[in-house]
Design a protein around this ligand. Sequence first.
Ligand code: ATP
Ligand code: MG
Length: 370
Amino acid sequence: MSANTAFEISVFPGDGIGPEVIDPTVAILQTLRDRIGGFDLRFRSEAAGAAHYKETGTALPEEAMSRADKADAILLGAMGMPDIRYPDGREIAPQLDMRETFELFAGVRPVRTLPGAPVPLGDPRAQNLDFVLIRESTEGLFAGRGKTVFDGPADRPTAAHDTQTITRAGSERLFDFAFNLGAKRKERGHAGQVTCIDKANVIGGFYFFRQIFDEVAARHGVSDPAHMYVDACALNMVRRPWMFDVLVTENMFGDILSDLGAGLMGGMGMAPSADIGPRHAVFQPCHGSAPDIVGQGLANPTATFLSAVMMLEWLADTHGVADCARAGRVLDKAVEVAFRDNGLVPTEYGGSSGTRAITDAVVAAIADGR
Ligand code: ATP
Ligand code: MG
């Protein structure tokens, strides 16, 4: 790749606080691009989401999707509003459609605490968490979304059945991803151990999931694959979360555990995410549109800044652009420094540091190059 690789970034600010956290993130990315050089970022903002649906009757315009399809990465704020729904009552969640269309099978949810940022656990080791949860995102129990089968009369069903699907191919690519990430983390000084989180003692599909995990582990040269039941995992995430390195799990378990992980970091506004597919990647904060705090300057943009770090790392890795990786490290460090040196307490944690205060501290840390 040439020194001046240009990356096209599709930006979906979305609903609620989405634009409030995306705007400062794009501004910061532009600053980094200009300061560091060696690569270009070209942003194109796309209108989509619940508000767009209300205005136009379309939640995710085809042209926006086809541009996103061709882009190098997708940066997303949040989509969906509780009071705007499709006529059949379904939630408007174009990010889930993207997950399906682009086969974003690996939901990467880092759980990393920032020294100086408030966290709920008192143990000093909980101030320095650094592990990653990988959530399968195309199958499992959520794959049956909207396909619930009811018994009995339509107006008063007697039972509801949902199906969980776990496939060999889906699980193999998930575990390959997890072991590759484990190896990469090992190079950076982490334990690199991958643990499969399941419920293999009760549900046959999870026994299957675990068997495939062991097969893939062997292919990656791991002779003693690690497993944990999901209930024990929930307990340990609160009791001694510093024991974990890479956790890999099914869709719904991952959905639940990733919110627990966000809690360990001090709230939804601290938790970044990446959804990776064979050819696409979407980067977004773990939180939703948070309509309760919209327009008040209260939204914590940290999760979105850290998602942007993940985007820069991913672009750098997949295209071999060292300057882009450097930009990621500069932003990551600036977020760390901002919390370490400024006593920031996000509003969701009961503090008074809103979008502006946190953004200003990060921008200042970048400018200082501390
Ligand atoms: P979703 O259905 O998309 O998961 P949700 O209904 O679970 O969304 P979120 O929007 O994720 O709700 O957040 C729950 C609450 O956490 C919000 O109502 C808000 O009070 C708080 N919150 C979420 N994100 C942030 C943020 N970035 N900054 C401050 N508070 C936040
Ligand atoms: Mg939620």
